[in-house]
Design a protein around this ligand. Sequence first.
Ligand code: HEM
Ligand code: CU
Length: 656
Amino acid sequence: MLEGLKEFASEFFVTGDPLIYGAMVSIGITMIAIVAVLTYFKKWGWLWRNWLTTVDHKKIGIMYIIASIIMLFRGGVDALMMRLQLAMPNNEFLNPEHYNQVFTTHGTIMILFMAMPFMFGLFNVIVPLQIGARDVAFPFLNSLSFWLFFLGAMLFNLSFVIGGSPDAGWLSYPPLSELSHSPGVGQNFYIWGIQISGIGSLATGINFLVTIIKMRAPGMRWMKLPMFTWSVFSTCIIILFAFPILTVTLALLFLDRFAGAHFFTLDLGGNPMMYINLIWMWGHPEVYIVVLPAFGVFSEIVSTFSRKKLFGYKSMVFAMLIISFLSFFTWAHHFFTMGSGADVNAFFAVTTMLIAIPTGVKIFNWLFTMYRGRIRMATPMMWTLAFIPCFIVGGMTGVLLSVAPADFQFHNSYFLIAHFHQVLIGGVVFGYFAGLYYWWPKMFGFQLPEKLGKWAFWTWNIGFYVCFMPQYAVGLMGMTRRLSTYGWDTGWWELNFVSTIGAFLMGVGFLFQVAQIADGIRKYKTLKASADPWDGRTLEWSIPSPAPEYNFAITPRGDDIDEWWEEKERRAKGIYPPEQPLEPIHMPKNSAIPFIMSSFWFVAGFGFVFGWLWMAILGLAGVGICMIARSFSYDTDYYIPVDEIKRTEASLRGSV
Ligand code: HEM
Ligand SMILES: [Cu+2]
């Protein structure tokens, strides 16, 4: 009995590596600490009522962002471990198998569990406010999407201490990811973690499409939409077409592994290239999914901090829509070397290069907006300015990679690693940081202390170039990606060593940000933000910071681009909008079902990971029961009475 239990435990838990024992202990301690703090301060009820069951889009947005920052930490630790391993030749810090796991989880987590939720967090917090809405179109679904994402991410992260991590790269190519090559449970964690959270992402895409189509303030015609909202709209179109491909691809891979199908193995008529095409039909648009909202953020910030209308509004909108369309016609540039032939390669090389045109249009528009503007150098603007040169270099190396014959040289080298980190960090991460700094006062009602923010900015930026510039060079010298170690005779070690120093500098930048937030929280009373701390232009700045749960006491109008800016101009001239009476506000009620239903998905996913059918069925049954329970619940909304609105407005604004 005891022997059996011991054997089970040694299979079930990941054993044998001191790093992982350390991680297990720290995870255990953190869990105990969280439970202890919540119990000591009697916060369980608060947590349940205000957060776990909330359908308020602003709170859901905040939860997305917190989860994303935790994942940035996890993915960042993975990155530092890899850089430590590569700092010196013949290093033995990570063995090859462990190195494979680390780059796989790093890539997966950064893209799916850091960038995606950060983006969804910004969508949630800002889009309804920008379009003058009280909520998203489907608040219940919104909460369900969050919990699906969150529990999917937790399932994926569990692989690290239970069962073993996936190690076939962030896109899990067969045959490496097939049962014959990865017999453990790692790939199953990959499939189910992404599958569960991916369904949440698809639902969020649909939710925001409908929200933007249906819930805009009166007068807000399409060509009056704020630019961030436009970027969200084009992103959601891509999500709508791309994510179903991911869902199906992962389902087929699961059938291969679980039910002995052969979609992607060469025996019995399958073909791994089928998988590679499918995964990049999702994977390439995915990189535009994460970058377009960053473009939206930059557009808002550039015009606010230059105190000017965005230059070329219409061309910005069309550039964005063209990028969403073209993003679906470039996927094969990820496998130019796999023998598709010259014509196919030429087609995909040209479509890839075409994307540089609308992107260039956008960059020029931002520059023209700044031209002769009265620019203010607050942290959101600094991140925006840092993005521009970074993205230009990243974009140009991207064009180099898209030249199919040249790609035979660059392919899978460190040149590629440097290129995509340059666009993903310089474009996506810097963009989301800029957005977080910009909208922070709106989210939390206080300003972040700028000084630590500037330290964070400089360490991140310097660290970035020190880390990735040497990688272009070492890539051209022949160093390939996913390499766990190399010898002295290669001549690569100096560049790698420098690169590692840069990576740690970025880690320091992250610590500065944590310190900045902690400092802000400590002093939040003295840092209280007004409704419109940056002298903003769009509707979110017309309501108090933080926004009340119903957002707008009176539904605003959206007749102009930069409606709030125009409104301020009108008020300066003494023209005030006509008084409108307050009316009771219709709001959705909290619900526990999204959290419970997603937990059942987690149980089902865990069952599938280990092939325990009883558990999978139990989980799916729970999901079904939750759906039935939801369809029978009629008491799903309430009204906020006028008195309460008056009181809230008075306390938030000082007066009404
Ligand atoms: C913060 C600083 C970061 C550092 C120092 C870093 C470092 C690294 C390193 C050393 C690798 C492995 C290269 C190899 O051996 O092939 C890697 C791979 C990767 N990184 Fe990062 N990274 C960082 C941030 C990010 C971010 C923000 C993203 C995405 C949003 C990202 C996405 C990826 C992906 C997709 C891979 C490929 C994984 C694979 O080969 O399967 N990284 N990174
Ligand atoms: Cu691509």
